[in-house]
Design a protein around this ligand. Structure first.
Ligand SMILES: [Zn+2]
Length: 265
């Protein structure tokens, strides 16, 4: 599933390509035919994201809400787009670009009160740090209410928005925290450290277009785990202590950690 940095990059790219343009919207697959008809022919006013959610503002009272989920993806063509595949939920055409969306979990038109409800449910987004309620204080408040392991809590989008499975494992390694530690018992300085590192790492992901957590990644990496500390690295030893990398399951997703470097506080 794409993590927050990828969604943020889509919002930025789609803003550049689509805002202010007249857009012909269609639903080749048919499942969003009514919605596409309502936005087609109208100029798009803005695009933004929160965590893994995208919001396209077509009109003051009409917002297109997209969540890619596990299988959703966009394809963008500057010229000569191929015919849409059967699964294309939405196509957006301007004079210069065609964007196809297939397989999203959510593609719907919503009104402002629905958008407010979605945003209120979501935890703060490190990529919007300092804006509105996207603060370490809000993160700490939401974390304090959870007795689940910290490794499950930071994957919960209502606690912090945009963290996926790679960032989860890497953040906990970088702050030296055992994933099993109950979220409400994490020391305040560690909570702050998780937030600060997520702000830094997600922004780095936006800038580089991929997730890198090690300070100096190899220039030509053969494997994406060359850029990481623990995620999918159970066949390697820990970059810090040389010990084994453990793997298990938490919140229905695999997780990796170093049991020597990551302890309870
Ligand atoms: Zn270690």
């Amino acid at each position: 599933m794409p993590e927050g940095h990828t969604i943020y990059r889509y919002a930025r790219r789609h803003r550049d390509l689509l805002v202010g343009r007249e857009i012909i919207a269609k639903s080749p697959q048919g499942r969003f035919r009514g919605g596409a008809a309502r936005i087609s022919g109208r100029p798009l006013l803005g695009v933004d994201s929160h965590g893994k959610h995208l919001f396209y503002r077509w009109h003051r009272t009409e917002t297109l809400h997209i969540h890619l989920g596990l299988y959703g993806r966009f394809r963008t063509f500057k010229s000569d787009p191929p015919a849409p595949t059967q699964g294309t939920r939405l196509s957006l055409h301007t004079d210069e670009v065609t964007i196809y969306l297939a397989g999203p979990t959510v593609c719907e038109l919503i009104v402002p009160s629905q958008e407010d409800a979605i945003r209120a449910r979501l935890g703060p987004d490190p990529l919007q740090a300092g804006i509105d309620g996207n603060t370490v204080a809000e993160f700490a408040t939401r974390l304090e209410r959870r007795r689940i392991p910290i490794g499950a809590a930071i994957l919960d989008q209502s606690v912090i928005a945009g963290i996926g499975n790679i960032y989860r494992a890497e953040l906990l390694f970088l702050v030296g925290l055992d994933p099993a530690q109950p979220a409400n018992e994490v020391a305040p300085d560690k909570v702050e450290e998780i937030w600060d590192k997520s702000v830094y790492l997600l922004q780095r992901g936006v800038d580089e277009g991929e997730i890198t957590t090690v300070a100096r990644p190899p220039r030509a990496s053969r494997d994406k785990t060359d850029r990481l500390y623990v995620y999918q690295r159970e066949r390697f030893s820990c970059r810090h202590c040389g010990g084994p990398i453990s793997t298990g399951e938490m919140a229905n997703r695999s997780i990796w950690w170093c049991s020597s470097c990551q302890t309870r506080t």
